[in-house]
Design a protein around this ligand. Sequence first.
Ligand code: 3HC
Ligand code: NAI
Length: 701
Amino acid sequence: MAATYELHGEVAVITLANPPVNGLGFATRAAVADGLDRAAADAAVKGVVITGGGRAFCGGADIKEFGTDRAIAEPNLHTLIRMIGDAAKPVVAAINGVCMGGGLELALGCHGRVAAPGVDIALPEVKLGLLPGAGGTQRLPRVLGVETALNMIVTGEPVKSERLAALPGQKLFDAIAAEGLLDAACARALALAAEQSAGKPLPRVRDLKCSHPNADAYFGFARNTVKAMAKNFPAPGRCVDAVQAAVRLPFDAGLAAERDLFVQLMLSPESKALRHAFFGERAASKIPDVPEDTPRREIAKVAVIGAGTMGGGISMNFLNAGIPVTVLETKPEALERGVATIRKNYEAQVKKGKLKAEKYGERMALLSTTLEYRDIADADLVIEAVFEEMGVKETVFRTLDEVMKPGAILASNTSTLNVDAIAAFTKRPQDVLGMHFFSPANVMKLLEVVRGAATAKDVLATVMAVAKKIRKTAVVSGVCDGFIGNRMIEQYSRQAGFLLEEGCTPAQVDKAVEKFGFAMGPFRMGDLAGNDIGWAIRKRRYVEKPHMRYSRTADLLCEKGRYGQKTGAGWYDYQAGRRDAIPSAEVVAMIDAYRAELGIAPRKIPDDEIVHRLVYSLVNEAAKILEEGIASKASDIDMVYLTGYGFPLHRGGPMCYADTQGLYNVVQTMKKFAANPLDDATFWQPAPLLARLAAAGKSFT
Ligand code: 3HC
Ligand code: NAI
């Protein structure tokens, strides 16, 4: 039963029972409607209370039903809310836990609302590229005022119930009940019934006035503000339109306007992308052969080996989560440098008002340093972030194997080395895995969790749980060269090199890709990360794979010492102390000369071709990664690119984007690229999985 019905004296209590968040799917809506009918038919019932079972009141419409017949099957959410408002007996919402989206809209349709304190109240639809489509944009301004309501609707951010209840003139809550919420709500229902018997009509939010003293100017201002903020997303602007309709139009006409805008947004690719990312993020933590109830090891103490660029950032993640960290180095100077960088980072946050001084103190108190392995022997999790050299890793892992307590998890932050080979340095490969953080490790959301051939399931489950604690989006990758993200970026970089050879400048490529929505084009990204890293990798890799053609332009750049921002020159020029990328005449001349050497007459390549050659390079490699089982689902690959590589969120990730284009069309375009004699026909050979899906009219996701 998706909602239960019980009598509490003269009040019928309908309890939403659709765990974990009581989403208003078809079955739940139908069960609530049944409860309302039952209460209406029972002469002994004077009023109704709707509340949530478990920890939530209601997380909103069931997003999983979107796009299916069940989403609109009657009673749909509109019908249900209308039934509540039109009920002959008072209906009161007892808001016991998180109350969001359609859940808040349902509560706003009730005649009264009583909430527990500390409850998150929100209309977060905008985060899914939508607007509240069941009256939220029409009713919330009527109870909180236009400005407060619009603010909540365009940001989607939750506000605590007691804060809203304290707003002057608010009509959202009749009361906040710290204890005995259900009793308070039942009492409110009976009080409303008594008033009704005395001739007072039941209060309905729709009957309240909705106005703003300076509406036109205010909405003009709001529209400009959200335009700057919304960039590639239409939803915030439509939220303003819908709330303006609440002021301009009678209630029912406003509701109809809201409905039209909602339907438009629901069909938009931006909303599809955001919904894909919402579920993709949650799906990433589910590993097909690791059951959710796999026991986890306790992680109370962490050790980090190496206090360099990555070790410092990695440590901060755990300190931020209140977990003590010991950092181990080879020399005291290295420890001092590492700790000074951590301090500097925290102090910058304190200065910007992002971190309270006492929190900074608390975090630093959790940090200790050592030069001796015996001081970390009882850590539950060790993360190695020393130089990227197998010999150094070998020494570290052999020592860890000797000193660490049994059951400790041994992780490597390696970005290119074989995790199975690292595990083989120990006698406990089941406890070894990769935790590939991205730089800056205290900021970047992505964590690739690299599962070795022998990694135990409980080790994997533990690390996924730890990742959640330190607020990372963790995605499991199998062992392969570059794991998921860097293996794909290698093909993207190769293709970017071919574009230069054929006639592009770095600035032209970057501009096209940034217009598509990437945070940064490939050449600006190279300058930021350091072009020498790729150079070193290519020196190794293309000796091993001489058949793999790549453009030498990036090598020529490095041979000139142009490593990027850190050397003041890369694909672009940089002024001292500034990060602005200034197109470089020297680099353009270098590329021109190389092109002439190859005998290539430059061609003007349209932006559209640039973007598709780069994005489909990612997609084709991703299809191989998926088929090989390196990633267990397409959405995992999208999460890697959305959270670690600046792929535009409104496109949903490379796989979601390819699906939106249609895989048949992707393959057709790749065939066109393959026919270009200056490109590489083998590069554009569609991955078998991609070819099969395209031929079958199927998609990745
Ligand atoms: N519909 C369907 N499933 C939902 C859901 C929803 N509205 N909200 C959460 N879930 C699912 C999640 O997918 C997850 O499923 P899983 O266990 O299978 O992975 C599970 O519930 C638990 O979710 P979280 O891991 O996110 O749990 P938290 O406790 O961390 O957070 C929450 C709870 C704050 C409610 C968070 O889930 C959330 O923000 N949900 C989305 C809320 C939302 O956007 N509501 C608006 C929906 S659109 C709408 O109502 C349209 C209407 O205006 C017409
Ligand atoms: P780094 O050079 O900044 O820091 C390495 C630190 O390890 C130095 O402080 C060094 O003194 C210390 N160290 C070396 N040998 C040691 C040993 N035997 N015992 C203890 N400490 C030792 O290097 P960085 O950039 O932090 O990289 C570390 C690891 O993280 C590498 O495996 C790298 O591939 C990986 N990585 C780096 C990323 C980056 O963007 N820098 C991103 C993701 C992973």
